[in-house]
Design a binder for this molecule. Structure first.
Ligand SMILES: *Cc1c(COP(=O)(O)O)cnc(C)c1O
Length: 401
């Protein structure tokens, strides 16, 4: 495996994100293939026994077993790290494997975590159920207010864990303010950046220590595979994350890594067009529904903060209708937009979080997060925005909106 002839790290590191998304991390085999190769192999053979011993001792570079290293997976990790502006990246089998690993690798009994209240349902489960089971204390705060992180922090606080924009209520967290509070107290800030991706928002530029991804979403972007990733310093990835993942094994398959590599090539294009479409659809819905939570619209209470951190608004937003009956009626009336709980897909998808993605979150916690019975979440895809608007128009009319 070699980098492109003449590819010099001091030059490739300078490339802008859209270029990194296409070329970052590429390593070519002896055949000089232009598109990345898929190395579907679980193991590696050695020229001699001494080489095997040297590789296990860490004295010789090279791969030993695909739970630990794989050329296709390493290309993806290199690409995401360059896109993020991070020193290092490790991928995982799913976004939740990434979230679980990034927390468990650095926490132990007696530690304390402060987490944002609005979060992906399974992220809330980690905070509310899994961590306390191991004697790790958690406090959930309204992450829109940085002061709440400062007030909740204690001597044993090890991690601030939050997402922005947050699923599904589109709460925005002031990255610089919260990461500054963490830095000043020696707390590690972990940002779930799945909604924006590094194409639109690079939390490390605002002082975040670690970013974590569901690469299932915008990075694959075409609804094909599940994948996750964690980015951080070389020291964090090598000395804190790797001992955990190498031994627990949430390794991404080479095939799925390859699919995400292909997805990243069009990430910049897709996320910008989907953001534009999302703004058009949001502007239409604003005049038809009682409440809309869209970071790209001036009506969002944190619109200015969102736009100061993100290059564009992204494809996802939420809006409210009267109740569950009207929400389900609207979904059932759609012809083009699919009823689906996935996001970041090139297809427009809509879901009712209270009965799907956040079904497992207790009702009081759901309401505290802002997941009401009338809330709907929409991912705007790459279709012609007018066709999405026409579809919503007829479905809204059918439920009397
Ligand atoms: C989807 C999602 C996850 C979980 O990712 P999977 O790939 O489905 O495991 C975590 N966080 C956020 C914000 C998500 O949208």
């Amino acid at each position: 495996m070699k980098r492109r002839t003449g590819q010099d790290q001091s030059i490739t590191r300078q490339w802008r994100p859209a270029t990194q998304a296409v070329r970052g991390g590429t390593a070519r085999s002896e055949f000089g293939e232009t598109s990345e190769a898929i190395f579907l192999t679980s193991g590696y053979a050695y020229d001699c026994a001494a080489d095997a011993a040297a590789r296990f001792a860490g004295e010789q570079q090279g791969m030993t077993y695909s739970r630990l290293q794989n050329p296709t997976v390493e290309m993806l990790e290199g690409r995401i790290a360059l896109l993020e502006g991070a020193e290092a990246c490790r991928t995982m089998t799913t976004g939740m494997a990434a979230m679980t690993a990034v927390l468990l690798c650095q926490l132990q009994t007696g530690d304390h975590v402060v987490a944002g209240r609005a979060a992906f349902g399974s992220c809330r489960w980690l905070v509310d159920t899994l961590l306390p089971k191991f004697g790790i204390e958690t406090t959930v705060v309204d992450a829109r207010d940085p002061q709440q992180f400062a007030d909740a922090a204690k001597a044993n606080t090890k991690v601030f864990f939050f997402e922005t924009p947050a699923n599904p209520t589109m709460d925005i967290v002031d990255l610089k303010a919260v990461c500054d509070i963490a830095r000043a107290r020696g707390i590690t800030s972990v940002v779930d950046n799945a909604f924006a991706t590094p194409a639109l928002q690079r939390p490390m530029e605002f002082g975040a220590d670690v970013t974590a991804y569901s690469a299932t979403k915008m990075m694959d972007g075409q609804g094909r595979v599940l994948a996750g990733a964690v980015c951080g310093t070389e020291d964090f990835i090598t000395n804190t994350l790797l001992p955990f993942t190498r031994n627990t094994g949430p390794t991404l398959s080479a095939f799925n890594a390859w699919v995400v590599l292909k997805g990243l090539e069009t990430l910049d294009l897709r996320i910008r067009r989907q953001s534009e479409n999302s703004l058009k659809v949001g502007a239409f819905l604003e005049s038809r529904v009682p409440r809309i939570l869209h970071p790209g619209l001036a009506s969002h209470p944190q619109h200015n903060l969102a736009m100061s951190q993100m290059d564009a608004c992204g494809p996802i937003f939420a809006f409210e209708v009267a109740d569950r009956k009207q929400a389900h009626g609207l979904l059932d009336g759609l012809n083009l937009v699919d009823i689906s709980n996935n996001i970041g897909d090139s297809r427009s998808l809509m879901t009712h979080p209270a009965s799907t993605t956040h079904y497992g979150v207790a009702e009081d916690k759901r309401l505290e997060m802002g997941v009401t019975e009338g809330l709907l979440r929409l991912n705007v895809g790459l279709e012609d925005a007018q066709d999405v608007i026409d579809d919503l128009d007829q479905a809204l009319t059918a439920v009397g909106l």
